[in-house]
Design a protein around this ligand. Structure first.
Ligand code: ADP
Ligand code: MG
Length: 919
């Protein structure tokens, strides 16, 4: 093994490094790699030290509310109310364990997610290129790097083709660095400085352009990046805006609770003249009841579960924050090819100045025919077509490979479709490749929108070019017709463009072909791609993805705009956009990349108010579109897959990278990765985002409900100056708040998407979780109903038995039975309320009472708990409860019926009003 010294790596000839690492140009054998993996360990940067288990655990017992309860317990012990003290502490422990369990589950969900995003690299094993998990790389491996790849380890370049690397993660410098494979002298290494050695590449950096092969010399924590990580070793766990808001909310509600508590404490002492210890514990009960203690862990858990649900629907979200932002999204900037369409190209037409051809058949197979005037062609007579096919199959990096009796495309669909065309026309690619040996390539880039290869045929040297129509005609000066090369004048140009537009208007994607004989050895783009001879056009169909029409309709219903941003030709883009419903009006603005560059901010803003399509734009131009939309107040989701998409992905509120076609760089810059590259998955994720937010509101509404019926008894007690004995004791309040309410509430946090969720506009950014509506509903409506029923229960027991405190026939104590009924009535009101909280507008009769299992389980648990409180002797004495009679149960069981029916009536009128407002 070699030393981990970059200077040494840089100054040593590559052959020596191969020797030192026991490797070669062919890389390692799979077996050897496994042996090394065992020895050096996986290639990964150890995650920063997690907060210790104990600390997390204890955190749940040292929260503000927990401390209050500990103190309350101590005071109860001091006042010799031992049972009360024990009970308070028990409640505290149970509550702490519960929130710890929630925390744990949320963490598990997030960890599981990280494992769903494996990264791969291309490595030489057994002399062949193979896909390998980055974690399984070992020193001695030979890795192939291309633009958009993350560099997976530290190493030395073996070969290098104009590679540019972004090292900002290591150096903080955002300018790219050029790399080369040559060995350096000691002086050169010294002059370069750390990380700047031209022949070394480092883990944590990425390839911006060019390509090359590297010899892996250090992996995992042995890399420079690993050293740095081990020094800082912190993960920033930024809190989501939602979590921050919840913290603020909890603090505010706690303050209100404390103020109420102090008022009650003073009232108890001065109005009722209770002893101060009792007054204190009484006031404390109120405080604890009003603090929404379970809020934060529950919200984190429901966010984490939403993330898991999204993952099942092919949207992998990297941070919990994104779930929230997704629900707010107002605009989606989407690629066309591959996201809205299938990216399965089939050439249907070929047009040459001399003739036009129709092509039949679909898919990557040769079943289909090329016809001219409805006649099957004889290729030997079609010289111009031959030339087009020659350019097409030679200026082509893709191939069709036989696999299980069918052809499989390796490469890009655009190029694949040309190979299919050639197959259908029975053009021999292999023979062409032998006659014209490939010398070099000027690769496709999204700015030029052309690709050229240079070939040698005997003494002659040829350039073959394919690309976008304008981009090709711009560099052409002649054209081919019936084997003759003629000057390309404006009339012919117009004719070509008119034909192209005919295709484009039909939604076909066109590609232009041209060539030229080269006279000099120059291979720069500018000198090769000029004075070309135009040959013809192909027009291909790229069908919309399944379900994309529905997804787009959903976006329209949900007031989410879709802006198509594509590299394709304007008319093609518009035609497809219209076909799938992205644009629908008459005033659609199609802005090209060139126009966009020249456009002033103000004009762009004006244009963005209309239906708009961006065509022939380069990915880096998306950044401006995204930021301009943001300055108009939009919450923008933007898709992308290439290196140049990264800035826009970072800038967007939700950057969406393609999981299949996306580069490492794009995936890293994104907030969400689509496992299936499908537009529909974005819309599904938005739906989940909206659902989870509204579920959190449902949860919040539910836990606030019980506050009023919990407070009213104390108010009665205080303002009657003790004439009305306290209808609900402190322990009983705690038993609702930290006992019976908990599980049904959790069920609400996982409620299914409510019908109509995607028929509403997105919520406003910065909208508060706790709306006035929720407060009104919690206190003025559900809370009021529950208060009436519970106080009603209290008086009902008392009045029936002679007010107050006449001993019962069975020797029971009327007061205890009466308080028990208050408590049980609150619980039964909450049973009605939990059903009510499940929807905001929809009828329960429509979504079904039994469709949320967790809620049902929660209610069952609640019933068991309240029965124990009523009948178990030990609990009776701790919670001041007593057995109730069968007729009392009838009263209780009847409660949820009006609670639900009244609310159904309200929702009915609400729906009617909403419908009216809509029409
Ligand atoms: P999009 O994926 O949004 O359609 P691209 O940037 O991939 O946009 O392609 C833009 C245009 O460049 C295409 O419409 C086509 O004319 C041309 N083009 C795409 N791929 C190639 C290629 N491999 N060789 C030559 N031209 C290409
Ligand atoms: Mg493309």
């Amino acid at each position: 093994m070699t030393t981990t010294d970059p200077a040494h790596w840089s100054e040593t000839p590559i052959e020596t490094l191969f020797k030192e690492t026991n490797s070669s140009k062919e890389g390692l054998s799979t077996q050897e790699a496994q042996v090394r993996l065992k020895k050096v360990g996986p290639n990964k940067i150890e995650a920063a030290k997690k907060q210790s288990f104990l600390k997390t655990f204890l955190g749940n017992f040292t929260s503000f509310m927990a401390i209050l309860l500990w103190v309350a317990g101590i005071i109860a012990f001091i006042a010799q109310m031992t049972e009360l003290g024990i009970a308070i502490w028990l409640v505290n422990v149970i509550n702490g364990l519960f929130s710890f369990w929630q925390q744990y589950r949320a963490a598990q969900a997030t960890n599981a997610l990280q494992q769903m995003l494996p990264s791969y690299t291309k490595v030489l094993r057994d002399g062949k290129e193979a896909k390998c998990l980055v974690e399984e790389l070992v020193p001695g491996d030979v890795v192939h790097l291309e633009s958009g790849d993350n560099i997976p380890a530290d190493g030395r370049l073996i070969i290098c083709d104009s590679m540019q690397v972004n090292q900002s993660a290591l150096t903080g410098e955002s300018t790219t660095v050029s790399k080369e494979a040559e060995v350096l002298t000691a002086q050169q290494v010294q002059a370069a400085g750390q990380f700047a050695e031209a022949n070394l590449v480092y883990e944590g950096t990425s390839v911006v352009s060019g390509s090359g092969d590297m010899l892996v010399l250090a992996t995992g924590m042995q890399t420079e990046f690993g050293h740095i990580a081990s020094l800082t070793n912190t993960v920033d766990q930024t809190k989501s805006p939602l979590e921050k808001e919840l913290e603020v909310l909890t603090r505010q509600l706690s303050m209100i609770a404390i103020i109420i508590g102090i008022l009650f404490f003073l009232a108890a002492i001065f109005f009722v003249h209770s002893p101060w210890v009792q007054s204190f514990i009484f006031a404390l009960g109120m405080v604890v009841a009003f603090i929404p203690e379970g809020l934060l862990p529950t919200v984190t858990l429901s966010l984490a579960m939403a993330v898991q649900k999204m993952a099942k629907r092919n949207a992998l979200v990297k941070h919990l924050n994104s779930v929230e932002t997704l629900g707010e999204t107002t605009v989606i900037c989407s690629d066309k090819t591959g996201t809205l369409t299938k990216n399965e190209m089939t050439i249907e037409q070929v047009w040459l100045p001399s003739a036009q051809y129709e092509v039949s058949g679909t898919g990557y197979n040769f079943h289909g025919q090329v016809t001219k005037n409805q006649q099957t062609i004889d290729l030997t007579k079609e010289t111009d077509l031959c030339q087009l096919l020659r350019i097409g199959v030679l200026d082509n990096d893709s191939s069709l490979e036989q696999k299980n009796n069918s052809l499989q495309l390796v490469g890009s669909p655009d190029e694949g479709s040309i190979l299919v065309l050639a197959g259908k026309a029975q053009f021999d690619r292999q023979q062409a490749q032998q006659t014209y040996t490939r010398k070099s390539v000027l690769p496709f880039d999204s700015k030029r929108k052309r690709m050229t290869t240079i070939h040698q045929e005997g003494e002659k040297s040829w350039a073959f070019t394919k690309g976008g129509i304008d981009e090709t005609l711009n560099v052409a000066t002649q054209y081919l017709k019936n084997g003759q090369v003629l000057p390309l004048d404006d009339t012919v140009k117009q004719q070509i463009l008119a034909k192209n537009d005919d295709f484009a208007k039909a939604g076909l994607r066109t590609l232009a072909f041209a060539y030229r004989q080269l006279t000099n050895q120059d291979t720069t783009i500018a000198s090769v791609e000029q004075e070309l001879i135009f040959v013809g056009l192909t027009a291909s169909q790229d069908p919309p993805r399944d379900n994309v029409l529905e997804a787009i309709q959903t976006c329209h219903d949900a007031s989410i705009r879709i802006i198509m941003v594509t590299g394709d030709y304007g008319l093609t883009a518009e035609s497809i956009a219209r076909k799938i419903g992205v644009v629908r009006g008459d005033d659609v603005r199609v802005i090209t990349g060139e126009q966009l560059t020249a456009m002033a901010d103000e004009d762009l803003k004006e244009n963005l108010q209309h239906e708009i399509i961006f065509a022939r734009v380069a990915p880096e131009q998306k950044y401006r579109v995204v930021s301009m939309l943001q300055s108009l107040g939009e919450i923008v989701a933007s898709t992308g897959d290439g290196v140049n998409d990264a800035p826009a992905l970072k800038k967007a509120d939700i950057g969406v990278a393609m999981g299949i076609t996306g580069t490492d760089v794009a995936k890293e810059a994104a907030d969400m990765i689509l496992a299936d590259d499908n537009f529909t998955s974005i819309v599904n994720a938005i739906e989940e985002g909206r659902t989870v937010y509204s579920n959190i509101q449902k949860f919040l509404l539910y836990i606030l409900n019980s506050n009023l019926p919990e407070a009213i008894p104390s108010v009665l007690f205080l303002f009657s100056r003790g004439l009305i004995p306290l209808p609900l004791t402190v322990m009983q309040i705690l038993s609702v708040d930290l006992g019976t309410d908990m599980f049904p509430a959790l069920g609400l946090a996982t409620e299914k998407t409510e019908p109509g969720t995607m028929k509403r506009p997105p919520r406003k950014r910065g909208a508060h979780l706790l709306t006035r509506n929720i407060l009104l509903k919690a206190f003025g409506w559900y809370g009021l109903m529950a208060s009436l029923f519970s106080i009603g229960a209290y008086f009902y027991v008392n009045v029936l038995n002679g007010w107050p405190q006449v001993p019962l026939a069975n020797g029971g104590n009327v007061y205890a039975v009466a308080t028990t009924m208050t408590l049980a009535a609150i619980v039964f009101s909450q049973i009605g309320a939990v059903f009510n909280c499940r929807t905001t507008t929809e009828s329960l009769f429509k979504i079904g009472f039994f469709t949320n299992r967790r809620v049902l389980f929660g209610i069952a648990f609640e019933l068991v708990l309240i029965s124990c409180l009523i009948y178990v002797p030990f609990l009776q004495s701790a919670f001041n409860t007593a057995a109730i009679r069968p007729q009392d149960w009838l009263y209780l069981i009847a409660i949820p019926i009006p609670v639900i029916l009244f609310e159904e009536l309200r929702k009915f009128f609400l729906r009617r009003r909403l419908r009216k407002a809509d029409s």
